[in-house]
Design a protein around this ligand. Structure first.
Ligand SMILES: Cc1cc2nc3c(=O)[nH]c(=O)nc-3n(C[C@H](O)[C@H](O)[C@H](O)COP(=O)(O)O)c2cc1C
Length: 657
């Protein structure tokens, strides 16, 4: 009986389906041939990523008459999606695949719909692709390169064509990978090692550079320098829907497509003279943009791929942010141990301490604070200081980071962490009162660190005088100078992780400088020179001049003798630094005055701060004179910082090897 009922229901459904299709898609006839329409009915499209680009093709594909859709996205709708995505206010907070599936069913009750609210994962990609004839890849390359990679890998294995969409300003762009004809992942432009090692930038550029919209480059530069989010607009998202539906008709009937299909909507509406002008500007704009974007993205070499393979898409940006964090004298006095894929333990690297200048380890703890805050910029996390956090001689573990998930705007913040830098030149001394107030508001009220602001000319100059006095005192101590010189680095290389920019651990300086200083026995001579009264006076004057040429100063203090509070002070320093970078202010932390015990009381006095507190540093802030030039400083390679742990990670290393 069940069989008979089932068969009857089936025949009823196919009858209704045929009637419905006949009527509902009748106006396609004439533009689409019968063969094309039939091919579409047999087509099942996987929409991987249902955001601006993926979400834009669902409705047009249902109206076109495709047989089935598989919708996959782990995201829910946000209010800021409303400007371009097919959602209503009532959909905010709801899962994207579910909302789109309901919309699809409301248009055509016979279209087959499957949803995956966990998005593409290594575990479900096979199931997702079953019965699928064309894949639309709307996965964000920057946030989920691994998911994108496994999707393409499985599609290549099954020889399913993939159309990847991108909305580039006013240019909807499709990258067509017809794996039925050429079963090579990304047409050979993408390698697994690139994806694993976070070189998604190189991968993206290899694809995008071939078809970039004319007027989008200034926008890209703005994003790279300010960390602003990727702008997206409704007519571009709709444009994706328009050209994808046509591309799917062609793919469904087996036609060959160009590898890139794009149209620049902004150029379409321009007069010919404006178009010529835009074209002429393009080449210099491209050079400028690639240079800037590279600076805000870590490069990589095969040297760190093995370590990098230990990390996944969530822990990788976190560890990379820590590696790029600033530290006193750029010593990076930390190691990271991966306890689990979501827990990182940070410990002091005893070899990389400033022994003479920082006997109590205040700057070591503060630098680790900067690293924690860098991680906090890209991910939602919990920081737990070690229970027995005491003087440096006890356990080296400072605390652990429990990663929850990447921040929503992690890409923008990763850009900020990448371009943040120390500006050691004179700034425009013009007022920056509004920015200082904005910065003060970013400081966490729960922190044990305090900040004190000075922005009137008289006090700024008085701090300059104190700094000069402190420099003179510090330079009297030969060990202090030795400690400073040890960590000098001569490299101008912009990319971290690179073996060629690595200092020799024993002496902390780069190889050539190390050999020069040691074989020529020049170090003591150099230290003596730095202590000559003439040189000391010159250095002190330079420091005073720099402090005086600042728009404002912020003193950061910690609770005296409390390492955990020094970590908090470092976190505050980094949070202020990132916020100032966003406001396009130049930043220079100066520790000289905080380091010299003799001037500490006067320093606290000038900043109206309780003299029982421990000053960490004075942040010089101001508008840069001329355009801000970004120069990323050398960092240790990943394998020097990241300590593998656990059997699972070890097997990953050998796999990568
Ligand atoms: C706690 C702390 C104190 C610092 N003190 C000074 C300082 O006194 N003078 C200075 O020129 N830079 C200082 N710096 C900046 C570091 O030298 C700089 O961050 C590091 O060399 C990395 O360079 P980058 O910031 O350009 O990436 C300090 C940084 C930190 C985290």
């Amino acid at each position: 009986v069940t069989d008979i009922l089932g068969a009857e229901r089936e025949s009823q459904k196919s009858h209704d389906d045929a009637d419905f299709a006949c009527e509902a898609f009748s106006r396609n006839q004439g533009i689409l041939s019968e063969t094309e329409q039939a091919a579409l009915h047999a087509t099942h499209v996987l929409v991987a990523g249902c955001g601006s680009v993926g979400g834009a093709i669902v409705e047009p594909l249902v109206r076109l008459g495709v047989g089935g859709l598989v919708l996959a996205d782990p995201d829910t709708y946000d209010l800021h999606n409303i400007n371009r995505q097919a959602c209503f206010l009532a959909d905010v907070g709801l899962p994207k695949p579910i909302v789109l599936a309901e919309r699809g069913r409301a248009i055509s009750p016979f279209v087959e719909l499957r949803t995956f609210t966990e998005g593409v994962t290594t575990d479900n990609v096979e199931e997702m692709l079953s019965g699928v004839t064309i894949v639309f890849d709307g996965i964000d390359n920057a946030t989920s390169p691994w998911e994108k990679y496994i999707l393409h890998k499985c599609a290549v294995e099954r020889r399913i064509p993939v159309v990847a969409g991108a909305d580039l300003g006013g240019q909807p762009t499709l990258y067509v990978f017809d794996y039925r004809r050429t079963p090579r992942l990304g047409y050979g432009m993408v390698r697994e090692s690139d994806v694993r090692s976070g070189r998604e930038f190189q991968v993206t550029i290899a694809m995008l550079a071939r078809k970039l919209p004319r007027d989008f480059l200034p926008v890209v530069r703005h994003m790279a320098s300010t960390g602003a989010p990727w702008p997206q607009i409704t007519y571009c998202a709709d444009g994706i829907g328009v050209i994808t539906t046509r591309a799917i008709v062609d793919l469904a009937v087996g036609r060959r497509l160009p590898r890139i299909v794009a149209t620049d909507i902004h150029m379409l509406t321009r007069r010919w003279s404006q178009r010529i002008w835009e074209r002429a500007r393009w080449a210099p704009e491209l050079v400028q943009t690639v240079r800037m974007a590279k600076k805000s993205n870590p490069g990589s070499t095969d040297a760190y791929v093995a370590e990098d393979a230990l990390l996944d898409t969530v822990s990788r940006p976190v560890v990379h942010a820590i590696v790029r964090a600033p530290s006193r004298s750029n010593t990076q006095p930390w190691t990271i141990r991966q306890v689990t894929s979501r827990q990182l333990e940070i410990a002091v690297d005893a070899e990389r301490r400033l022994r003479a200048r920082d006997p109590r380890g205040i700057y070591t703890f503060a630098s680790i604070g900067c690293a924690v805050e860098a991680a906090n910029a890209v991910a939602r996390l919990n920081w737990t200081p070690a229970d027995d956090l005491g003087p440096l001689s006890s356990s080296p573990v400072v605390g652990s980071i429990e990663i929850d998930e990447l921040c929503r705007d992690y890409l923008a913040n990763r850009g900020l962490v990448g371009i943040r830098q120390t500006s050691r030149q004179a700034f425009d001394a013009g007022a920056i009162g509004t920015e200082l107030a904005e910065l003060a508001a970013t400081v966490s009220p729960d922190s044990s660190a305090e900040i004190h602001i000075v922005d009137d000319k008289r006090r700024v100059q008085a701090v300059g005088g104190l700094t000069s006095e402190a420099v003179c005192r510090n330079l009297r101590d030969a060990m202090w100078i030795f400690d400073a010189v040890r960590w000098l680095r001569g490299s101008r290389r912009e990319f971290d992780w690179d073996e060629t920019g690595v200092p020799i651990p024993a002496l902390g300086v780069e190889a050539w400088l190390n050999v020069f200083l040691r074989t020529g026995k020049r170090l003591p001579a150099l230290v003596d020179r730095l202590r000559s009264p003439k040189t000391v006076r010159w250095i002190a004057r330079q420091n005073e001049r720099l402090v005086s040429a600042s728009g404002g100063l912020i003193l950061i203090t910690a609770e005296n003798g409390d390492p955990s509070s020094a970590v908090d002070a470092g976190r505050t320093l980094m949070a202020l630094w990132l916020a100032a970078t966003k406001l396009r202010l130049a930043v220079h932390p100066m520790s000289a005055a905080a380091e010299a015990d003799e001037v500490k009381a006067d320093l606290c006095d000038l900043f109206d701060c309780d003299s029982s507190r421990q000053p960490l540093c004075v942040m010089r802030l101001g508008r840069p004179v001329g355009a801000m030039k970004y120069r990323a400083t050398t960092r240790l390679p990943l394998h020097r910082v990241l300590i593998a742990d656990g059997d699972a990670s070890r097997s990953l290393v050998s796999e990568a090897d």
